[in-house]
Structure formats: structure tokens, C-alpha cells
Design a protein around this ligand. Structure first.
Ligand code: Q46
Ligand code: ZN
Length: 299
């Protein structure tokens, strides 16, 4: 992990990753061996590595892949799905796929264009949609917890962006564990203390096939911008990225931010009258307002 400078061989390195992941799960009380886990996979190295590690630790873990209909030169979404399918098939694991175009009549790029009437990146639409589909799939399938492959580089970049913009609600919600409440399934990030290069090394050593291209919309993204700043800082001061994130978590634990509770103004006991999912809106939820035909949300 970030604060460690290890020189492990290709046999012991994967063991170290597996053992450290278990330690993070224990430290943050992420889930128990009896829990049913749903891992969100993108076809990239972090999420497939996470699935592999949780499987080796003996957890009951199914995967979900959301095909967003992103094409680009590499036919990005369809190719990513293929990597997830072969990963699952080679280990006899269960993978559910949700094809956004087939289910809701439009790809995210089309939804984004219809909503914003511009060529803007579809990332905000994409984020909303992924959150919704993940939560719905988890609650319909009675999963106890959703896990995602966010690593230290992701978390530190999000933290820096939220801090510089003082997004207090986002800062309060940035945590390795978001508890289950008000119809939302618990969400956890067991790789939040690993550097990106550490999960990549595991994937390479274990021969995990993953899509190397990034989503074509990630080019010039805000997250990439903040990752680059932090990478520069890390070169000058090795270990600072880890420290930045870890001290934030400690400050959080010491009460810098209040925990989100049922009394939090964010949730007001509303369920969307169309799809039944929790929402802050008193009318249709943001997802039902986004899709072309809200009746599709009931499928
Ligand atoms: S997948 Fe979606 Fe990312 Fe692509 S469209 Fe943007 S948000 S960049 S994680
Ligand atoms: Zn709804």
C-alpha cells in the first residue's frame, strides 16, 4: 500500500494484495462472509482485479456490467463487456448485464444529447444512470452490498476536486463505506487504499485480461486533471497521495463531518411514484425524468 515500499516476488505480491484487501474490509467493516455481494465491473483492471480477489477470499460475489452504448473507435462498451464475460466464464462466476440502449431505448450519449442539446460529455448523465441501475439491480436481487473498484488514485482525485470546490455534501459522503439506508444498498470500496499501479501489477501478474483503453469521454476530464496534479506531487513527495486520503479519513472519523443519517435533509422519505426508488425529489426521480419513456423504469 501507499505507505509501504515493498519488493515482493510474483508469488508473494498477489498474496499481499489479497491479504491487504481483507484487512481493509475488516478495518472499515465493509461486509461479512455471509453477505451477498454485487461487484460493479467495467472491464478495466481495477474492477476485474477486485472481483478476482474477493472470489479468492471466498466471498459470495456476483458481477454486474452496465453496457452504456459508448462506441468510439474501439467500440468501447461492447469490447468491455466481452472482457467481463470471459472473466466470469473462466471462473464460473455469475455476471448480469444491463444494456442501456436495449432497456431504455437510447445510449447515454443519445440521452445526454436529448437532455442537454449540446455536444457536452455525457458524464453527468452516465453517473446518474450507473448509480440508479446499480442500486436497482442490488435491491431487486436482494444483495447486501455493492462493491466498486475505486482505488487510491481515484479517491484522492475526487477528494482534491471536492476540497478545492468545497463541495461539503460530497465530502461528507466520501467514505470507503456508505451505509444502507432509505432504500439504498450499502456501497463499499475495498481497493480505496491501493495505488492504481498496485492493482495493475496484480492484474498483470495474475494474467487478468482487461480493456486497456479508457472510456473515450474520459479524455480531458476533470478527474484526470486532478490525478495529474496529484501524480506531480507524488513524484516530489512519495507517499503524499496516500497521506492526503488517509488523513482525510482520520479527520472524518474524528468528527470533521457528521455522518449521514435518516434525519439528514438529503433524504426525506420519498420514493419515486413511478419506479419506487428512493429520491430527494417529491415528484419523479432524476432517472425517470432522464429516460425517454418513464414506463421503461418499471421493467
Ligand atoms: S464511463 Fe461514463 Fe466515465 Fe465514460 S461517460 Fe464519463 S462517466 S468517462 S467513469
Ligand atoms: Zn423513478
Amino acid at each position: 500500500m501507499g505507505e509501504h515500499r515493498l519488493a515482493l516476488c510474483s508469488q508473494h505480491y498477489p498474496e499481499w494484495i489479497i491479504q491487504q484487501t481483507q484487512e481493509t474490509i475488516r478495518k472499515y467493516k465493509m461486509f461479512n462472509p455471509s453477505d451477498r455481494i454485487l461487484v460493479a465491473v467495467s472491464g478495466g483492471k481495477d474492477s476485474l482485479t477486485l472481483w478476482d480477489v474477493l472470489f479468492k477470499l471466498g466471498y459470495s460475489v456476483d458481477g454486474i456490467y452496465i453496457n452504456l452504448g459508448i462506441r468510439g473507435e474501439s467500440d468501447y462498451s461492447n469490447r468491455s463487456e466481452t472482457y467481463c464475460q470471459s472473466f466470469a466464464a473462466s471462473r464460473g462466476l455469475k455476471l448480469q448485464t444491463v444494456n442501456i440502449s436495449e432497456k431504455y431505448g437510447e445510449s447515454i450519449s443519445e440521452m445526454s444529447y436529448r437532455k442537454m442539446r449540446s455536444q457536452e460529455k455525457p458524464c453527468s448523465v452516465c453517473g446518474l444512470l450507473k448509480r440508479y441501475v446499480l442500486n436497482k439491480t442490488a435491491s431487486d436481487g436482494k444483495y447486501d452490498v455493492i462493491v466498486t473498484g475505486h482505488n487510491l488514485d481515484d479517491e484522492a482525485a475526487i477528494l482534491l476536486a471536492n476540497t478545492l470546490e468545497w463541495k461539503s455534501e460530497m465530502l461528507r459522503r466520501q467514505s470507503p463505506v456508505l451505509p444502507a439506508e432509505m432504500g439504498f444498498t450499502r456501497k463499499t470500496k475495498p481497493f480505496c487504499r491501493f495505488y492504481e499501479r498496485e492493482t495493475a501489477a496484480y492484474a498483470l501478474i495474475q494474467g487478468i485480461d482487461f480493456i486497456e483503453e479508457e472510456c473515450p469521454h474520459s479524455e480531458n476530464s476533470k478527474q484526470l486533471f486532478f490525478k495529474n496534479i496529484l501524480n506531480g506531487w507524488e513524484i516530489e513527495h512519495p507517499g503524499r497521495k496516500f497521506q492526503f486520503y488517509a488523513t482525510f479519513l482520520n479527520a472524518r472519523k474524528d468528527g470533521l463531518f457528521t455522518e449521514i443519517t435518516r434525519e439528514s435533509p438529503r433524504f426525506n422519505d420519498h420514493c419515486c411514484p413511478n419506479c419506487g426508488q428512493p429520491t430527494t425529489s417529491v415528484e419523479l426521480c432524476a432517472f425517470c425524468r432522464l429516460i425517454k419513456d418513464p414506463a421503461d423504469a418499471k421493467k
